[in-house]
Design a protein around this ligand. Structure first.
Ligand SMILES: Cc1cc2nc3c(=O)[nH]c(=O)nc-3n(C[C@H](O)[C@H](O)[C@H](O)COP(=O)(O)O)c2cc1C
Length: 194
């Protein structure tokens, strides 16, 4: 009699453990499925004068999918590097916001927005400032990516964050020399976008 009571208790414990384990497992599975069924809508918007930031933008898109948008100014910069740096210096000092060509179609649909800029005189390019001024990114998760010619991040990301009103700007932005894309996939994994 005592043995069978012990057996009964053992059996009940086994059944209970199995139920708890299975329920937990299927809940985890359901959560996973929900996440995969509703991936966040991603936009990758970037300005690129000589092509480096464009390459990084395309590498990001390869990793995360989403839509690419190239920010372009109505009036193009001079072909020559020196003349462009001189014009850029003037514009940045004056807080000039160049008029942009084209618009993102229904920006409200995106939850995550990668914003790319070259480092121009230690800050973001004026075209990116125009983009931030004319688009309402309130409440969006914004992930900056910066390319530079040796100066590194400087004030690029802090200026971008200041100009992005009420955005949730990630501090883990990409900062890379020129068109370097090595390391992008590890960086994306660490962002935990899902
Ligand atoms: C107008 C201008 C200003 C720049 N100022 C800086 C700078 O202050 N610091 C820096 O590291 N690189 C500077 N660079 C170099 C660019 O940041 C670098 O080459 C960048 O990767 C170019 O990106 P893009 O090819 O997408 O235009 C400047 C380039 C230009 C054209």
């Amino acid at each position: 009699m005592r043995v069978s009571l012990l057996n009964l208790i053992k059996k009940s414990l086994y059944i209970l453990t199995t139920i708890v384990f299975t329920t937990n497992n299927s809940l985890a599975q359901t959560n996973k499925e929900i996440k995969m069924e509703n991936p966040p809508k991603i936009l990758i918007a970037y300005y690129s004068w000589s092509g480096n930031t464009k390459e990084v933008a395309e590498a990001i898109q390869k990793e995360v999918g989403g839509d690419l948008f190239r920010i372009e100014t109505e009036q193009t910069y001079p072909e020559e590097y020196k003349a462009t740096t001189a014009q850029a210096k003037r514009e940045i000092n004056e807080g000039f916001l160049p008029t942009l060509k084209g618009k993102v179609n229904n920006i409200a649909q995106y939850e995550i927005i990668f914003i790319g800029s070259p480092n121009w005189w230690g800050t973001i390019a004026p075209a990116v400032s125009s983009f931030l001024a004319e688009n309402n990114l309130k409440g969006k998760k914004v992930i900056p990516f910066i390319t530079h010619g040796g100066g590194g991040e400087q004030n690029t990301i802090t200026d971008l964050a200041l100009q992005c009103i009420d955005c949730n700007v990630s501090k883990e932005g990409w900062v890379g020399y020129g068109s370097r894309t090595f390391g992008i996939s590890g960086w994306i994994k660490d962002l935990e976008l899902k």
